[in-house]
Design a protein around this ligand. Structure first.
Ligand SMILES: [Zn+2]
Length: 166
């Protein structure tokens, strides 16, 4: 059974129908406890936000604060997720699921964060990797796809080691 997150799923670029399906398929692949944690976090955050607009999961070509190598981003303590339309278009469905799961993992990371906890970017990413690994949606598989793609784009350039961000 396909379930869907209690969030506004919109596409400002790319294929809205496919994006909606990708988000819902990803959501269905996340363990029930993980979905409950995300839902609960969103509910606690909604105070002061218009529920007609938030939480939101957007497919876009650009957004405020997007760096040139950002494929996905989680903002507003988890209320706002963005995905870069051209890369979602390139990805097979099961790889796109991993990217979407990663950003949803950031929502869980925000939910679990308490003042005084380590909060460096690297700490947060490591925690998110653990979370999505637990869902069976490992970031390592996404990294592999990214590596293969880079190799095919940059054959012969051994110095090209720039990582994308998600
Ligand atoms: Zn991340």
């Amino acid at each position: 059974m396909v379930t869907y997150p209690n969030a506004h799923i919109r596409a400002e670029a790319g294929d809205p129908r496919r994006f909606w399906n990708l988000v819902c398929e990803t959501w269905s692949r996340i363990a029930e406890a993980g979905r409950a944690e995300i839902d609960a976090h969103w509910r606690t955050l909604l105070d002061g936000f218009d529920p007609q607009e938030w939480p939101r999961i957007l497919l876009a070509r650009d957004w405020e604060g997007r760096g040139p190598r950002d494929w996905g981003m989680c903002n507003e303590k988890g209320l706002s997720l963005h995905f870069f339309a051209p890369i979602i278009e390139e990805m097979p469905d099961d790889v796109a699921h991993l990217l979407i799961a990663h950003e949803l993992g950031h929502v869980v990371e925000f939910a679990r964060w308490r003042p005084g906890m380590p909060g460096s970017k690297a700490d947060m990413e490591a925690a998110v990797w653990q979370i999505t690994e637990g869902w069976g949606l490992p970031a390592s598989a996404l990294r592999r796809w990214e590596d293969l793609r880079r190799e095919s784009l940059d054959k012969g350039d051994r110095n090209f080691v720039v990582r994308v961000h998600w």
